[in-house]
Design a protein around this ligand. Structure first.
Ligand code: CP
Length: 302
């Protein structure tokens, strides 16, 4: 089967079909089953949403989940990924990995002949963006032609949003401090993929949110960057998603955050708890989107 290492592994039609399948699984009568199949979760970093939503999605499909804790397996003691991958493919049907380096997931995919899913690296977070796009589509009934503004750090979520928006015709504006821009090569890739939408990488948060339909932010200091968090706060302050910025967006704009949230840092309590916030639906949609992804990668639906 295929892998999901990055959203660029999908073309526009495949991404559209995956979101449609997720909506059918959420609201419809479609009940694909994968009895006897086993999903491995190899997570080198903490997770609430991704871990639990993958587990529940697999349970609801009739499959089983094996938790592969790096500290209680040999991967944490330096067994090469190339060896681990060739062993795990003999036991598992599908494997989701959360790790630091994108290259490590690519190595798993090279050596394991089962679907490998990127459950977050330092570079990408494709599963999150499947749920985000599903949420936006539920709210507006479409994706093409909308404008999404991402505020804060040009991080893994920003990178995957750039690719996901490019593939679905959503105009994206990424507003970050100059020293925290998204990766140039990923921006260039998104521009190649975009056939019907615009991509703007800017400094000015106020201009970036003007008239936008979706306002999106994420933590300013990701896992592993906590030590520099205090130094980073003043630089990011102009990008805080607060009511002043929300008022500049379209009146029907929604607010998204992939969570966990740091209230009064990247988003105010007023905004995340406010009437335009859709963050709980967004978190729920992780489960529906990943159920569709598992079903698709295991060939349960055609
Ligand atoms: N948004 C997200 O990936 O959350 P977790 O780190 O809890 O999985």
């Amino acid at each position: 089967g295929g892998d999901l290492l990055s959203l660029a592994d999908l073309n526009a039609d495949e991404l559209h079909d995956l979101l449609t399948l997720a909506a059918k699984l959420k609201y419809g009568d479609l009940r694909p089953r994968c009895d006897g199949k086993v999903l491995g979760l190899l997570f080198y970093k903490a997770s609430t949403r991704t871990r639990v939503s993958f587990s529940v999605a697999m349970c609801q499909l009739g499959g089983q989940v094996i938790d592969l804790n790096p500290s209680t397996t040999q991967v944490g003691r330096g067994e090469p990924i190339s060896d681990t991958a060739r062993v795990l493919e003999r036991y598992l049907d599908i494997l989701a990995i959360r790790t630091f380096a994108q290259q490590d997931i690519a190595t798993f995919a090279d050596y394991a002949d089962i679907p490998i899913i990127n459950a977050l690296t330092d570079v990408y977070h494709p599963c999150q963006i499947l749920a985000d796009l599903l949420t936006v589509r539920e709210c507006f009934g479409k994706l093409n032609g909308l404008t999404l503004t991402f505020l804060g750090d040009g991080n893994n979520v920003a990178h995957s949003l750039l690719l996901g928006c490019a593939l679905t015709g959503v105009n994206i504006r990424v507003a970050t401090p100059p020293e925290f821009k998204p990766d140039d090569a990923i921006v260039a890739r998104a521009r190649q993929l975009a056939t019907d939408s615009t991509i703007a990488i800017v400094d000015d948060a106020k201009a970036a949110v003007e008239g936008a339909h979706v306002l999106y932010t994420d933590v300013w200091a990701s896992m592993g960057q906590e030590d520099s968090a205090v130094d980073r706060l003043p630089v990011f302050q102009p990008y805080q998603l607060n009511s002043g910025l929300v008022q500049l967006a379209a009146p029907e704009a929604i607010v998204l955050h992939c969570l966990p949230a740091h209230r009064e840092e990247e988003i105010t309590t007023e905004v995340i708890e406010g009437k335009q916030s859709r963050v709980w639906d967004q978190a729920e949609n992780r489960m529906h989107a990943q159920k569709a992804l598992i079903a698709s990668l295991l060939g349960l639906v055609v």
